[in-house]
Ligand binder design. Structure first.
Ligand code: SF4
Ligand code: SF4
Ligand code: SF4
Length: 248
């Protein structure tokens, strides 16, 4: 049986999620026994437009990038969004909190008016084309990426946690950030990272996106209990672009 052809594409991003794939090392070699990469700018020089699975890293920050993404969608049987930039807009969505002309002037100075420096409100991949599977995180976890890909190849639906980061944080017996006066997005963000940030002295920044069906009343109670407001929570959600989806 021939191996499925896989192509990896990047739009606006730091390419750190692709780097996580490169960093998989031996696990990547194992993965190459079951997939056939045909296009991957960061990992190979060959390029083919015939692929079964397209993996998209990055978000769409220019109107001219929508057509190439739609063409990729037409060609691929399965499309996977890779990392927070692709799944939720990610850090790029910070830009949308400011006037876009001001953003351009700040970044490009006097060159900001040049036509090739066009910019637009940031879109996650699913805001432009249908996405079949998400690999969450900033950056992604190579093991989770491998697990999701192997599930697809085996015809199984990958099991991505539908509960918040707090569950994993409690399982790791961490002291809660709120006890130290810090605000943490753990109650409303999708688990799966093993509560990485709270386990290392930080709050959850929200890189895995808003958990489905969150217990918003519990989140409100936590805010009240620790003298925080819902607006404080929204402010923290600005970093990874989850604020727009948040309807508390
Ligand atoms: S999700 Fe994070 S690591 Fe991945 S490309 Fe975007 S900014 Fe880079
Ligand atoms: S530190 Fe954050 S993730 Fe951990 S229990 Fe507290 S709110 Fe939840
Ligand atoms: S704790 Fe939050 S910000 Fe940190 S990796 Fe997990 S989901 Fe991302």
């Amino acid at each position: 049986m021939s191996k499925p052809k896989v192509a990896i594409f990047d739009f606006a991003c730091c390419e750190g999620c692709q780097l996580q794939i490169v960093n998989m090392e031996e696990e990547l070699l194992d993965l190459l026994t079951v997939i056939d990469p045909v296009q991957w700018r960061e990992g190979m020089s060959d390029q083919s437009d015939e692929y079964d699975i397209a993996i998209i890293e990055g978000s769409i920050t220019r109107e001219e990038d929508e057509e190439p993404l739609k063409l990729i969608r037409q060609r691929a049987k399965i499309l996977i969004a890779l990392g927070a930039c692709a799944t939720i807009g990610g850090i790029n969505k910070l830009k949308d909190a400011f006037d876009l002309d001001d953003v351009k002037k700040t970044v490009y100075g006097e060159a900001a008016g040049m036509p090739h420096l066009a910019t637009a409100p940031v879109k996650a991949v699913h805001e432009v084309v249908k996405v079949d599977y998400d690999v969450h995180g900033c950056p992604i976890d190579g093991k989770e990426f491998s697990y999701i890909l192997r599930c697809l190849l085996a015809g199984r639906k990958p099991a991505i946690p539908r509960y918040p980061v707090c569950v994993e944080c409690k399982l790791r017996e961490n002291a809660c950030c709120y006890e130290f006066g810090k605000l943490c997005l753990g109650p409303i963000i999708r688990a799966g990272c093993g509560a990485l940030c709270p386990s290392n002295g930080f709050h959850c920044f929200g890189c895995r996106g808003y958990v489905e069906d969150p217990n918003v009343n519990a989140a409100k109670e936590v805010m009240e209990q620790y003298g925080k407001t819902v607006e404080d929570l929204r402010e923290k959600m600005q970093l990874f672009g989850t604020r727009q989806e948040f309807t508390l």
